[in-house]
Design a binder for this molecule. Structure first.
Ligand code: MN
Ligand code: MG
Length: 373
């Protein structure tokens, strides 16, 4: 800028400063300090057990009560209704039906090929996932190989490497997302995501795990990492908890630890799983300190979306950011089913997803046919 232009500009801005009342500037600064109310929708699939297709391999027929190809339509719908959303899987996704078995025992996962479950996760653009106890059933080598095909982070904080005495997986991630508030203004939100699974894996998968990893208690692991996540800038923390809901007194071997994870103040939302139940739902109507209408345990949002893709879990959080500090103002958790009580489909099949995983599905069907099943 040359001086000829600069001086008149300086002159104009000086006049401007003296002539306008200070209240105008106070108002301007309040729009600069980035306060706002933000709706954030969190979506959960859990315990898919390799149910990618709405198909019963044992009875060789369509089953519209299962299958991620159906849940995917609920995911698309739930995303389209929300300004800001995140999608997570809560584990036990690789094993549990003939497709999962066929891939491991007959076909194998060749180098460079992505496991169809993870191909589906990549296509649906999950933000992060955790793993469940059943992910160890095929051994650590198989698991670490197939995990390489994932395009999003996988977190678990309570399985430790024996050799390194450190978490075997990434214990947590802090996702940086820009979210839009009710006025349409963008904010940067750092979302801490941490994962857990039942310590019983050491008994259930002794042959695969002994000497290689150890499992630590869930709540103790949470209490160790949550302050570190906060110190690293997590504005909110979401627990991907592959563990169920039970109010029995806590002990380090507790398999279903959600009830006690909900006591940790820094954890803002809990995605539950493992026990294949529905929360909120009538199963938990007598659970102390639970609000079945709002989907809360001890005031904290929790959701559990059954199993096999039969439901999508949803937590709607209302967040407030004030002077750089975030807090949860309100929440509501619920699940949506893919079929009605008679097994009639409530949603369409995601045809693109079906096409992506059809080769392995068809091979499994053909293989079972050859066996005469
Ligand atoms: Mn399971
Ligand atoms: Mg499980």
């Amino acid at each position: 800028m040359n001086n000829k232009k600069f001086f008149p500009l300086l002159f104009i801005s000086t006049i401007f400063c003296f002539c306008f009342p200070s209240s105008l500037f106070a108002e301007e600064s309040s729009t600069v300090n980035n306060n706002g109310i933000i709706d954030l929708r969190i979506l959960e699939t859990t315990d898919l057990h390799a149910a990618l297709v709405n198909y019963d391999y044992y009875q060789t027929k369509t089953d519209n009560t299962i299958g991620l190809v159906k849940t995917a339509s609920l995911i698309h719908q739930a995303r389209s209704e929300a300004v800001n959303s995140l999608l997570f899987d809560n584990g036990d996704h690789l094993k549990g039906n003939p497709l999962g078995e066929y891939l491991v025992r007959i076909r194998g996962i060749q180098k460079g090929r992505i496991h169809p479950v993870y191909r589906a996760f990549n296509y649906l653009k999950y933000d992060a996932i955790t793993i469940g106890n059943h992910e160890f059933n095929y051994g650590l080598k198989f698991l670490t190989t197939v995990l390489k095909g994932l395009k999003m982070p996988i977190v678990n904080a309570n399985v430790y490497s024996v050799k390194k005495n450190k978490p075997y997986f990434k214990p947590y991630v802090i996702l940086k997302r820009s979210v839009v508030d009710k006025q349409g203004k963008e904010h940067q939100l750092n979302i801490g995501v941490i994962g857990f699974m039942p310590p019983q894996i050491m008994r259930w998968d002794k042959a695969n795990l002994e000497g290689k990893v150890i499992a630590r208690p869930i709540v103790e692991s949470a209490k160790e990492f949550v302050p570190i996540m906060k110190a690293e800038g997590a504005d909110i923390i979401i627990a991907l908890a592959h563990t169920g809901i039970d109010s029995e007194p806590y002990h380090p071997e507790t398999e279903n630890a959600v009830y006690y994870l909900s006591d940790i103040p820094e954890i803002d939302a809990i995605l539950a799983g493992h026990s294949h139940s529905v929360f909120p739902g009538p199963t938990f109507k007598n659970l102390p300190l639970a609000n079945i209408n709002e989907g809360k345990i001890k005031g904290k949002p929790v959701v559990m979306a059954a199993a096999f893709g039969s439901r999508l879990g949803i937590i709607d959080l209302q967040l407030e950011v004030k002077d750089g500090t975030w807090k949860v103002l309100n929440s509501r958790s619920f699940t949506r089913p893919i079929a009605d009580e008679y097994g009639e489909p409530l949603v369409k099949t995601d045809k693109k997803l079906f096409k992506l995983i059809k080769p392995e599905h068809q091979e499994t069907v053909d293989f079972l046919k050859k066996l005469g099943i």
